[in-house]
Design a protein around this ligand. Sequence first.
Ligand code: NAD
Length: 294
Amino acid sequence: MQKIGFIGLGIMGSHMAANLVRAGYDVTGFDVVPAGVEKLLQAGGKPAPTIAEAVAGAEVVITMLPDSPQVAEVVLGLGGVFESATAGVLLIDMSSIAPETSIEVARAGTALGVRVLDAPVSGGEQGAIKASLSIMVGGAAEDFEAARPIFEDLGRTIVHVGGHGAGQTVKAANQLMVAGIISLVSEAIVLLEASGVDGQRGLEVLAGGLAGNRILDLKAESMLGRQFEPGFRIDLHHKDMGIALASGRAAGVALPVTGVVAQLVASARAQGYGSLDHSALLKVIEQLSGRLEA
Ligand code: NAD
């Protein structure tokens, strides 16, 4: 499988598509925003003016879009992927969306002879740049094996977690953990600073003990410096917390901490921080204690 159509060339997709070009694939890409297509062109890929032209002749189509409505529109909609994809094509949706939408897309694909995998990722923009993403894959085992070489050019930890939609459920679990950990790192920063303890030294020692985690490793410095360039936008994390809560409801389980953290993310968004990195949850935690500087 050498010819790939790539739809959604944003913060993540542009780097992932560039890595596939570098790995030797023939990549044709489409995005509604010209900047993404321009990045693909610079990386050595081919721009397509429509979804149909990105999909024409492709053996594999990858989508990396914001949310369920965009995936439904791009794949199932008028002029979408399934209008042009021929039987045998493999559609790999790497967006983080609701598991039900992944299942709906897979059902529609099966009816057309198109194979479908949901394969959301974790690792952020740096993971996309360095091809070190974690990739959680739902779908048929043989389709996973067929796609494995592509996944290996995009990530490092690649696991087939179950049937259609299972990748999205694992991603929801990932997102509730990430938002929860960012909230706790924020509380640690607020406590240290309010107590007159140097935040940098405090977090340095925390990172070496049982409290050590990837958020501390990757974001302690930018959080202490109040740098909130995305990265992963609050708006997208708000979407993911909704998916996590809905998935918990569908599974009939209580996720109490997720509920509280989802409200903190909602507050961040309501206060106009939607375009900032999710580490801007620190601003919400600071505000609760009257410690947010203008
Ligand atoms: P993004 O908003 O930067 O990129 C999405 C791209 O899709 C944009 O370029 C947008 O123009 C394009 N798009 C939207 N509607 C379209 C349409 N109808 N047709 C064609 N293109 C369309 O988002 P991102 O940060 O790259 O995230 C993409 C997905 O990956 C999301 O589901 C997100 O939750 C997930 N994700 C993001 C990160 C991260 O750190 N940014 C990490 C892991 C997972």
